[in-house]
Design a protein around this ligand. Structure first.
Ligand SMILES: *Cc1c(COP(=O)(O)O)cnc(C)c1O
Length: 377
């Protein structure tokens, strides 16, 4: 099976993980955790980075730190991986789901603006939902597939309406907007190192920020909120959300290879675009000139999505549909969904992601495009 987006572990992973095992520093503290955090902050251009056990726990802690709780509403896109919305639900808040743009597959900023102007009111530097009277403290943009929306406009809309920005940049390590790294626009940003992401630690995550107090608080909350170095005194209900040193060792080795991975992702998307842009009704995600995406997960849009999914998987070329839109999942059915045309449903039904591991061979890439071309004949 040619994997959709599998790990590429041909660098110093084994060497650094072995170092952890030989020295016994396998668990919750260790030099690799510090090094991985330092490398991540430097790479993203933020002052601080705090490692977490996953991208999901990173998002959860961001919302906890901002005091999000019951009776709050959080704005998020309707097309995202479920972890974004789950993190909101963990705090007992609810999402306001905004429909997707049918070309860029990011949150539709026209709709967002319409929602903010017509459906919210601003009182004493807070944003409130008119209909329910609930507070809307935070907006969580998601850089879907490593692409980014017009961040200047998003940040301005957030400022005008008193919303704190927490970026779900878990898919966007290596993506930039006007030369500024994804995750560094909001008060807080996040990365994920799940097995299918652009780099992996097996499982893991990161919070990035320029705010020293929030960085300290994130470290505190993710390590059981222990407030004394010796005695077991904890000053609030904390979480065991830390990244272990063995995983961080992998992370350091993966970060060393990130530039090479980004180069390979670019080669892969260039190959797919050259081969497939003129085949049938195939379209690619629209990317604006200001954005330099990481091309994490090449995805095509076509009326023939079901047939292509079937043909590729039957040929052992792992391909996957897009996420089911959040408003379609039973747990979120009663949450607010702001839309005119339900582009989320359209995008969901027409998109499929195709093999793009950084260690995929040129031969395998050719097999993917041959199977797709054959389906169109
Ligand atoms: C991968 C991902 C996450 C969660 O990351 P995990 O490390 O798997 O918990 C959150 N949001 C989005 C959009 C993702 O793609």
């Amino acid at each position: 099976m040619v994997l959709l987006s599998g790990p590429n572990l041909n660098g110093n992973e084994l060497k650094y993980v072995t170092d952890c095992i030989v020295t016994g520093w396998v668990s919750s503290v260790g030099a690799y955790v510090d090094q991985f955090e330092k490398m991540s902050a430097e790479y993203a251009g933020t002052k601080y980075a705090v490692a977490t056990s996953s991208g999901t726990t990173a998002l959860h802690i961001c919302l906890v730190m901002l005091g999000v709780g019951e009776n709050d509403l959080i704005i998020a896109p309707n097309i995202t991986f479920i972890a974004t919305i789950n993190a909101i639900k963990y705090t007992r808040a609810s999402p306001i789901l905004i429909d997707t743009n049918e070309l860029s597959w990011q949150m539709d900023l026209d709709l967002l603006e319409e929602f903010l102007v017509n459906e919210t009111e601003q009182k004493e530097n807070n944003c409130y939902h008119k209909k329910s009277g609930k507070r809307i403290p935070v907006i969580m943009p998601v850089h879907v597939l490593g692409n980014m929306c017009d961040m200047d406009r998003l940040i301005n809309l957030a400022k005008e309406h008193h919303l704190i920005v927490v970026e779900d940049s878990t898919e966007a390590l290596g993506s930039n907007y006007k030369g500024k790294h994804a995750g560094s626009f909001g008060l807080l940003g996040t990365f994920s190192y799940n097995g299918n992401k652009i780099i992996t630690t097996g499982g893991g995550g990161m919070i990035i920020t320029n705010d020293e107090a929030l960085a300290k608080k994130a470290k505190h909350l993710t390590t059981q909120a222990k407030s004394d170095a010796f005695e077991y005194i904890h000053d609030e209900v904390g979480y065991n959300y830390r990244l272990v040193n063995v995983a961080a060792a992998m992370g350091v080795a993966q970060m060393e290879q990130l530039p090479a991975f980004l180069k390979r992702k670019r080669e892969i998307i260039t190959f797919y675009k050259n081969e497939l842009s003129n085949i049938g009704d195939i379209r690619f995600q629209q990317v604006s000139e200001e954005v330099s995406p990481n091309w994490w997960l090449p995805t095509i849009m076509t009326d023939h999505q079901p047939a292509l999914l079937k043909a590729l998987n039957e040929n052992k070329l792992q391909s996957r549909p897009f996420w089911v839109p959040m408003n379609k999942l039973t747990m979120f059915r009663n949450d607010e969904y702001f839309t005119h045309k339900d582009h989320s449903d359209f995008v969901y039904k027409k998109c499929l992601s195709i093999p793009c591991s950084t260690n995929i061979t040129d031969e395998e890439l050719k097999r993917v495009t041959e199977v797709i071309k054959k389906e169109f004949e």
